[in-house]
Write a protein that binds this ligand. Structure first.
Ligand code: PBG
Length: 330
């Protein structure tokens, strides 16, 4: 039964009918807001390659999170920028009790009740060499030692949990880190802290602006020996299966738009919530084209987000979280 009996346009004639048959919805509580926290007070240093985003001192982070909460955003994920000169080979500023993220978590849990506070767990922002784990002494290639790194990642996650984090999100891509973190949290009485694994995280050029913002570019080498090779899709399913077995509650795909096929497959293969991270480069491209007047920024933003929902993402980590929440309220 085709045309002229079947007329697809009948259900597109008005906004009313379109809204009645709409298959996918985007709501502010599906958005997680990534924020960069740095030492100091009253500091809000704009990140040039990420228009509208800043590195925030803790007081400004609290204000930003309160504003986001009042607009309907329900969760944030924190990235830390440690004090100048504090980085070392094992990422000590990342796992000490009074580190920048740990203090930020305490402030948010006190001042923004209800807000879900997640933390990114990785060493790259805290190591002098900028890699996501531990190197052997004298290594000039940046070959991260997997098993030696696990202890430090677990320490970092534990320190976040002790500060009050609701969720930890390891992004380092070491093998076995989900199990190491889950075991440590459970042993220390933090069995209720959720774990969102950056499960299928690709070695992507789309992270460029983030590395400027977080000051986490590797000094030598790159991340291709631990992050995934962009052409691979089956391997992503294996990564996700392993993280699920090791105890992940939520599985993430990152970046988002260039990897939508991975989101579709993840949704079809696993019954846990799937998250997609619309990363800094995706954000920057939309902002840059908007600044040039080449696209309608609000519409492209919303289309990029609903597309990820349609592909199967339950949650989306996006720098657009506040702006999208405001747009959805109009
Ligand atoms: C690593 C980490 C990165 C991002 C989130 N966590 C950078 C990297 O792997 O180099 C990228 C996020 C973005 O680009 O928005 N800790």
């Amino acid at each position: 039964m085709g045309f002229p009996v079947r007329r697809m346009r009948r259900l597109r004639r008005s906004e009313t009918i379109r809204s009645m048959v709409r298959e996918t919805h985007l709501r502010p509580e599906q958005l997680m807001y990534p924020l960069f926290v740095q030492p100091g007070t009253g500091r809000r240093d704009p990140i040039l390659s990420m228009p509208g985003q800043s590195r925030l001192s803790i007081d400004e982070l609290v204000a930003e999170s309160q504003a986001a909460w009042s607009e309907g955003v329900r969760s944030v994920i924190l990235f830390g920028i440690p004090p100048d000169g504090s980085k070392d080979a094992v990422g000590t500023p990342g796992w000490i009790e009074d580190g920048i993220v740990q203090e930020a978590v305490r402030a948010l849990k006190k001042d923004v009740p209800g807000l879900l506070v997640a933390t990114d767990v990785c060493l790259c922002e805290y190591t002098s060499h900028g890699h996501c784990g531990i190197l052997h002494d004298g290594d000039t290639h940046g070959y991260v030692q997997n098993d030696e790194s696990l202890e430090f990642l677990a320490r970092e996650a534990l320190s976040h949990a002790q500060a009050g984090a609701d969720m930890v999100a390891p992004s380092d891509m070491m093998d076995g880190r989900v199990a190491a973190i889950r075991d440590t949290l459970d042993d220390e009485g933090f069995e209720d802290v959720a774990l969102m694994a950056y499960a299928a995280k690709y070695a992507s050029a789309f992270y460029g602006p983030f590395r400027d913002a977080a000051d986490s570019t590797p000094q030598h080498g790159d991340r291709r020996t631990y992050q995934m090779d962009p052409p691979n899709a089956r391997e992503a399913m294996m990564e996700m299966e392993l993280d699920l077995e090791e105890g992940a509650d939520i599985l993430m795909v990152k970046p988002a738009m260039p990897y939508m096929d991975i989101i579709v497959r993840a949704r079809a293969n696993f019954e846990v919530p799937i998250a997609a991270y619309q990363v800094s480069g995706e954000y920057a491209m939309i902002c840059a084209a908007e600044e040039r007047g080449w696209i309608d920024g609000d519409r492209v933003m919303l289309e990029s987000l609903i597309g990820l929902r349609r592909a199967g993402a339950d949650l989306i980590l996006t720098y657009f979280a506040r702006r999208a929440a405001r747009a959805l309220a109009r």
